[in-house]
Ligand binder design. Structure first.
Ligand SMILES: NC(=O)c1ccc[n+]([C@@H]2O[C@H](COP(=O)([O-])OP(=O)(O)OC[C@H]3O[C@@H](n4cnc5c(N)ncnc54)[C@H](OP(=O)(O)O)[C@@H]3O)[C@@H](O)[C@H]2O)c1
Length: 316
């Protein structure tokens, strides 16, 4: 892999210029990398629209951000529960009514390591439903506005894409058989990443090149992930790991998504994240992406399944 294009220290938010007049939408900002990304974007003068399922926490977060930064920062939230396709539809409608411009939609929210198979109200395995189908539909519904704004779509994946079965279990996509938390989480993150490259291909073939779409991951970061969803054992192990030097701060975990949302001259074909050992920590730059994440046959099939399941046609 070529040396880091941003130098030895990798990409850092110091590279972000004044974001006055720019609007960023981020899913899942009540904790972790989404919260940190919002804070940094606001500190650079951007408008941030947070898309969260928890109203109370969202109000608290807004108050915290205003207190930490400045009471005049332009931060608001719209209710969005990615586990409910109807909520995604409603949120997208509200966003379109209230927002005239999207410079970047950052698909950050997720649930992980759900210890027993759970189904969403729409009948999807919960991690696939929230992480992939929820964001898939949100991106599609907001695409016209993002295109009009010459904006970006940023998908926060995970190095987990190379764990589990390394493909999509089309014959049992909801894991009705042989469910394991890690296999189902890994499949959902792989699905998110594969859809990024499939969307790029589709846009390219359709001659529509105004929107850039990026995939990144936060490495291993000290956030609230797994805190409530994992089994007791998974939570215990993760709690111990979180305070080891192999895991970085949530703020550093936000750098890859911030880079993909703001930095000019990135390569859409890449997968960005921390480049240190195991890609868990270290300078942010390009990470090696295993070939199964770009399997075009699987990606095309996944796209078709996703359109059918979400009852949404991208028309590209
Ligand atoms: N932390 C890591 O080491 C790590 C590693 C690999 C990948 N990632 C990825 O990094 C991203 C950020 O996660 P994080 O580590 O910052 O975790 P986090 O602190 O748990 O944050 C996750 C966010 O997603 C929100 N969310 C969950 N379900 C939702 C739903 N149905 N609708 C709307 N929002 C929902 C949560 O909101 P509530 O407050 O309502 O729960 C929270 O704001 C995720 O995509 C994750 O897969 C993290």
């Amino acid at each position: 892999m070529a040396s880091n294009q941003f130098g030895k220290q990798g990409w850092t938010p110091e590279r972000i210029g004044n974001l006055n007049g720019k609007t960023f939408l981020i899913t899942g900002t009540t904790s972790g990398t989404g919260f940190e990304a919002s804070k940094i974007l606001l500190s650079k003068g951007a408008k941030v629209v947070m898309l969260n399922r928890n109203v109370k926490k969202s109000k608290e977060i807004i108050a915290i951000l205003k207190k930490k930064l400045d009471n005049t920062v332009d931060v608001s939230f719209i209710h969005l529960d990615l586990a409910k396709q109807a909520s995604v539809q409603k949120a997208a409608q509200e966003i379109i009514e209230k927002t005239s411009q999207i410079d970047a939609l950052i698909c950050n929210a997720a649930i992980a390591q759900v210890h027993k198979q759970e189904l969403t109200v729409d009948g999807f395995e919960s991690q696939l439903g929230v992480n992939h189908y929820g964001h898939f539909k949100l991106q599609g519904l907001l695409y016209p506005l993002i295109e009009k704004s010459k904006g970006r779509i940023v998908v926060v994946g995970s190095e987990g894409y190379k764990m589990g079965i390394k493909t999509i279990k089309f014959d049992d996509i909801n894991w009705n058989n042989n469910y394991t938390p890690n296999n189902a989480y890994s499949q959902s993150k792989l699905a998110q990443i594969m859809s990024v490259y499939e969307l790029q291909n589709r846009l390219k073939n359709a001659g529509r090149s105004t929107v850039n779409v990026y995939a990144c991951h936060p490495g291993a970061s000290r956030t609230s992930l797994i805190k409530t969803s994992g089994s007791i054992m998974t939570r215990f192990i993760w709690q111990l790991m979180k305070w080891s030097p192999f895991v970085q701060s949530a703020e550093k975990g936000a750098y890859p998504q911030l880079m993909c949302a703001t930095e000019p001259n990135l390569d859409q074909n890449c997968f960005y994240g921390p480049t240190g050992r195991n890609y868990w920590t270290g300078p942010v730059g390009e990470c090696k992406l295993e070939s199964h994440a770009k399997d075009k046959t699987i990606a095309k099939k996944l796209w078709e399944v996703s359109e059918k399941e979400t009852n949404f046609n991208w028309n590209i």
